[in-house]
Design a protein around this ligand. Structure first.
Ligand code: SAM
Length: 259
């Protein structure tokens, strides 16, 4: 298991160092939220593992949040119940404690995703719902031409979808989640049709993939993208994306129920 950083961060990212602007750029998107809540079905009690600042914990769910990073726990909106300080790989709950379990944009950071998913299966009576990215699709994005090493690293961080569904067992479904053009959750592909946003350091910093890139990579990316936006070459290649309402990218939703 990863050693925990000084703020408790347990995955491959130290949120005390990079989490400062997270909540400003990573708001839950209502269209993605609707898919998550449909997958949770009639569940009332839900454990949200790797809860971060609490995205996608909509009422009327009775949510128990689990979050190892103190920096992220501190960013939970006022009025939410405090998150439990624990890691996915060792959930401090008895078997079958919740109607369902969910995790969003987190499983790729865990030191042992299979162990964490087994724990989610153990503590949930019903569906386990996982919003994540398919590593086989991560590179199919124009940004690959500008920062291949960032997306290569991102593809390596994500487990193959078949490994995740095998860890969950039972009956599993996997669906692609269309990414809206005005997506308010600023993960990697959310800016597919708004490339100027990726020129901003804050927007990039809110995607943990960038925390593995060095300053030279970031500077090279920004300079090349700025040049191509100014001379029209980005627009010539990808300009249609500015009007494309959704992108079928690498975002997927896994749902597994017990046999
Ligand atoms: C990209 S953030 C996602 C937060 C939130 N779920 C969201 O959708 O905005 C990833 C979160 O996973 C948490 N995390 C990393 N490793 C973890 C582990 N082993 N167990 C539980 N959570 C972990 C991080 O601390 C971080 O808050």
């Amino acid at each position: 298991m990863n050693a925990r950083a000084c703020d408790g961060s347990a995955g491959d990212v130290d949120y005390a160092a990079v989490g400062g602007g997270y909540a400003a750029y990573r708001q839950p998107d209502p269209r993605i939220a609707a898919r998550i809540h449909a997958a949770l079905g009639t569940a009332r009690t839900v454990v949200n593992v790797g809860a971060g600042a609490g995205s996608y914990e909509a009422t009327p769910l009775d949510v128990t949040a689990v979050e190892p990073s103190a920096s992220m726990r501190a960013r939970r909106p006022a009025g939410r119940s405090p998150a439990v300080d624990a890691v996915a790989e060792q959930l401090p709950f008895p078997d079958d404690s919740f109607d369902a379990a969910m995790t969003t944009f987190s499983v790729h950071q865990w030191s042992d995703p299979a162990a964490g998913l087994c724990e989610m299966r153990r503590v949930a009576r019903g569906p386990v719902v996982v919003l994540t990215c398919d590593p086989a699709l991560v590179r199919d994005f124009w940004r690959y031409a500008y920062a291949a090493e960032v997306l290569d690293a991102e593809a390596r961080r994500h487990s193959e979808i078949a490994q995740l569904t095998a860890a969950l067992g039972g009956r599993a479904t996997v669906e692609r989640v269309p990414i809206p053009l005005d997506c308010c959750d600023g993960f990697n592909e959310a800016y597919y049709g708004r490339p100027e946003r990726l020129l901003g350091h804050g927007a990039r910093q809110a995607c943990s993939a960038w925390s593995f890139a060095d300053d030279a990579t970031r500077a090279r990316f920004a300079a090349a993208l700025r040049r191509d936006l100014e001379d029209g070459s980005w627009g010539a290649r990808h300009g249609a994306l500015r009007q494309q309402p959704f992108l079928e990218g690498s975002l997927v939703l896994l749902r597994a129920v017990p046999d």
